[in-house]
Ligand binder design. Structure first.
Ligand code: CAA
Length: 389
């Protein structure tokens, strides 16, 4: 698809390399992920070998430079992969999104060379899984209100507190954890740390049961006098909040791509069903009521994909992406929820049954309006960016 954006000056025509990445991801998603999607949802578990395979294909470190063990591709390639995996299975998709955008990304952008050499190769090849620990039981949207504390003690930091809603929390080997070093300073006192599974005082708490994306794990992480080497401080003390928010700017692009993938699953499954289901003596695809739903889905998916690609291209160009990523996530998550609702409607009674994928898409789509910044926070970010000037 060739698209040149007059506003950004970016040519969003896919390169040959990006088209090849898209083909590889689509084939893998169709052959290796899609056949297991219902079982992953049902069992609440993703076979580890799927993640290993994604690592071998280079998906787990798509835009990590080759010198740190990654594929050395770009963010546009990454969102192409994210869309394909999520078209097949949103649970597997969010493991990929959280790993790359929320754990690998801050180490890549804010880590020292020693930290990158130590952590990135095994994360990029999928041997180790990463997670991002920002939210807490009493702070979600108001991230700066976190209570998890960090105090220096010799050559270590001592962390205390509980993190909530952590995707990859129990399967993760490496966590990027945010903690407050100086409460009166609010966001200016926050620091980020790389904490390894097995660190003394670090444990996994409650595993959450969820409406959708049931195959991905969402866990509490508990820090009780958890000792972290000073060398694992990511960036500077006081820089943690900016690390968290700029990481989320990138994360929101991947959730937009996830939403596009889920919406595409809704459209493709609806189309296939509408072409074979008959009512009143003809295929339901022949009824205008169904055609209008399909037409809306197709148009909105294209629009959401373009917003997502634009945000990814801005990230690759090193441009400010706060506005573009928030717009992409707000719009894509909204249309994914709508596409999932219409998909269930097109399937009718069968849409409500577990025998068909529509009800899974309906449950999976909703989270895209909540995690990595709710739609209300996206509107707040967009309005603030517009009013800034
Ligand atoms: N990038 C870098 N810095 C940023 C920034 C950004 N996108 N946005 C704001 N900042 C900076 C500001 O410039 C400001 O810096 P100075 O003090 O130097 O001026 C500082 O951060 C504070 O800015 P605000 O006063 O605007 O901050 P705030 O406390 O009012 O919060 C917010 C703003 C937009 C509400 C923000 O807190 C936010 O995005 N909240 C949502 C958090 C979120 O998305 N949580 C999801 C957690 S991850 C998850 O979902 C789990 C998972 O595993 C998938």
């Amino acid at each position: 698809m060739a698209v040149t954006s007059a506003e950004t000056g970016f040519d969003l025509t896919l390169t040959e390399e990006q088209e090849q990445v898209q083909r590889i991801a689509r084939d893998f998603a169709t052959e290796r992920v899609l056949p297991h999607a219902a079982e992953i949802d049902d069992q609440g578990k993703i076979p580890r070998e799927l993640l290993v395979e994604m690592g071998k294909l280079g998906f787990m470190g798509t835009y990590v430079p080759e010198r740190y063990g990654g594929s050395g591709l770009d963010t546009v390639s990454y969102v192409l992969i994210v869309e394909e995996i999520n078209r097949a299975c949103a649970s597997t998709g969010v493991v990929l999104c959280s790993h790359v955008s929320l754990a690998v990304d801050p180490i890549l952008h804010f880590g020292s060379d020693a930290q990158k050499r130590r952590y990135l190769p095994a994360l990029a090849n999928g041997e180790r899984i990463g997670c991002f620990a920002l939210s807490e039981p009493a702070s979600g949207s108001d991230a700066a209100a976190m209570r998890t504390s960090a105090r220096p003690d010799g050559a270590e930091w001592v962390l205390n507190g509980t993190k909530n809603f952590i995707t990859n929390g129990s399967i993760g080997d490496v966590a990027v954890v945010f903690a407050q070093t100086d409460p009166p300073q609010r966001h200016k006192g926050i620091a980020a740390f790389i904490v390894e599974k097995g660190s003394p005082g670090f444990s996994v708490g409650k595993l959450e049961k969820k409406l959708g994306i049931r195959g991905s794990d969402t866990a509490q992480l508990v820090f009780q006098d958890c000792r972290v080497p000073a060398a694992n401080l990511l960036g500077e003390v006081g820089e943690g909040f900016k690390i968290a928010l700029s990481t989320l700017d990138g994360g929101r692009i991947s959730i937009a791509a996830q939403a596009v993938g889920i919406a595409r699953a809704c459209l493709e499954d609806s189309l296939a069903y509408a072409k074979q289901r008959e009512a009143f003596g003809k295929k339901i695809a022949d009824f205008q009521a169904i055609q209008w739903m399909l037409a809306d889905m197709a148009t909105e998916i294209d629009a959401a994909r373009l917003l997502t690609w634009r945000a990814a291209a801005l990230k690759d160009a090193g441009e400010d992406l706060i506005l573009a990523s928030a717009e992409a996530k707000l719009f894509a998550s909204d249309i994914a929820v709508k596409a999932a609702r219409d998909c269930v409607q097109i399937f009718g009674g069968y849409g409500y049954l577990k025998d068909f994928p529509a009800e899974r898409h309906y449950r999976d789509a909703k989270i895209t309006e909540i995690y990595e910044g709710t739609s209300e926070i996206m509107k707040l970010v967009i309005a603030e960016e517009m009013l800034k000037e």
